[in-house]
Design a protein around this ligand. Structure first.
Ligand code: SF4
Ligand code: SF4
Length: 77
């Protein structure tokens, strides 16, 4: 699957200010069935590594701090 070029162009965006991955949270990475989310070594926050998404939503729903936003394409709504 294609590597995500920039975090702002992928469908799943993580608010670094809210993400507590640096405190040990890996919930979104763990629940994603496509395994496209990762914790960044640079920022210690979660991000979308691969630009691939089923829009199944558990990453957004299960994030304990509401840091994840899944932007569902208009055609899929
Ligand atoms: S579930 Fe939320 S707080 Fe936890 S790593 Fe993912 S984005 Fe960060
Ligand atoms: S919506 Fe589903 S496939 Fe997309 S990143 Fe979240 S858990 Fe993974």
């Amino acid at each position: 699957m294609p590597l995500a070029l920039s975090p702002t162009t992928v469908p799943v965006v993580v608010d670094d200010a809210k993400c507590i991955a640096d405190k040990g949270c890996t919930v979104c990475v763990d629940v994603c069935p496509l395994d496209v989310l990762r914790i960044s070594d640079l920022t210690g926050k979660a991000y979308m590594k691969f630009d691939e998404c089923w829009y199944c939503m558990p990453c957004e729903t299960d994030c304990p701090t509401g840091a994840v936003t899944v932007n569902i394409p208009y055609l899929l709504r």
